[in-house]
Design a protein around this ligand. Structure first.
Ligand SMILES: C[S@@+](CC[C@H](N)C(=O)[O-])C[C@H]1O[C@@H](n2cnc3c(N)ncnc32)[C@H](O)[C@@H]1O
Ligand SMILES: [Zn+2]
Length: 296
């Protein structure tokens, strides 16, 4: 039935050179290896079973788009499905949607590396109930080896919200929090490289602005948010979580950003959360700033 609708749509839009197929995606990809400029994996639930064929068949410089709707696995609501589907341990924190995106990217990078291919993340976002990646595929074993140096772990302290990132698939990761001594929780292996590409997103924004379409307002909002975080560090702090911990009411978000920057750190908003701050300031600095702002 879907094929009938597709044929109808092709006619309605007066398109030619469109071929419609009804086949299992993995088989179709393998039958046409190297033929695709764009591969868009958009299944129900996890894209994991299709990524091997997509990775095997994607050609140099092509675009690989990946959607995942199993966000509860990637975000760590359920740990085991994430380990099964993405071979990575998730952790449910205030920034778990970012961790989820990084697990998904990491899994794509590791899957493609089998075929001496690697990826560059052009754009990634977590919106409502799904996550979406736009990846540029590159070829070469050296490039692939280098790309895998972006795989690593995020270690998080549940007690004081300290976190640190360590790159390397089998790198040494600390067992205890250097701030409070609590046992750290680890998420990974996951992607610690860039998850937004400034140039690609800027070009998309220019393109959308030229069209000035109303329907593109939402898209522009998302793209601008992703652009801002393109050079930000991994993970972010959630103002409400820290204020709850400090037992204070949350100061105005703009003031917090202002103070962090005044103290010599960077601070950016994130599309992952309206109360999130991406910053290179350590947790203790942020706590001090929040307490100071709260005391007027
Ligand atoms: C979430 S929908 C994708 C919708 C489409 N990308 C869109 O935006 O309109 C998932 C689609 O994948 C199809 N599908 C499920 N398993 C498949 C498989 N093994 N091979 C090819 N298609 C499959 C389903 O029939 C369904 O139409
Ligand atoms: Zn701690």
């Amino acid at each position: 039935l879907a094929n009938e609708f597709e044929k109808h749509n092709v006619e309605l839009n007066n398109l030619d050179n469109i071929s419609i197929h009804n086949n299992d995606a993995s088989i179709f990809l393998r039958l046409n290896r190297g033929e695709f400029d764009v591969i868009d994996i958009d299944p129900f639930g996890t894209p994991s079973p299709f990524l091997d064929s997509a990775g095997y068949c994607a050609r140099r410089e092509s675009l690989l788009c990946v959607t995942a709707t199993d966000t509860s696995a990637l975000c760590g609501t359920y740990k085991e499905p994430c380990i099964r589907k993405y071979n990575s341990k998730p952790y449910k924190s205030e920034y778990c949607h970012e961790t989820g995106i990084r697990i998904l990217v990491g899994f794509c990078a590791l899957t493609l590396s089998k075929y001496a291919k690697c990826i560059e993340v052009l754009l990634s976002h977590s919106t409502e109930h799904y996550m979406r990646l736009y990846l540029k595929v590159k070829k070469g074993s050296k490039k692939s080896d280098k790309s895998l140096t972006n795989i690593g772990y995020i270690s998080h302290c549940k007690e004081c919200m300290y976190r640190e990132c360590n790159k390397g698939l089998a790198t040494a990761i600390p067992a205890f929090c250097p701030e409070c001594g609590e046992k750290l929780i680890h998420a990974g292996p996951l992607w610690l490289g860039e998850i937004q590409n400034k140039e690609f997103i800027s070009d998309m924004i220019d393109e959308s602005e030229n069209k000035k379409l109303n329907s593109e307002k939402q898209l522009l909002k998302l793209l601008n948010a992703c652009l801002i975080e393109s050079e930000s560090p991994a993970t972010f702090y959630d103002v409400h979580s820290i204020c709850r911990y400090l037992k204070i009411s949350a100061p105005k978000l703009d003031l917090i950003f202002e103070k962090i920057i005044e103290n010599g750190y960077e601070a950016e908003k994130t599309h992952f959360s309206p109360t999130g701050i991406k910053t290179n300031a350590p947790i203790n600095e942020i706590k001090k700033i929040l307490l100071k702002l709260n005391n007027g």
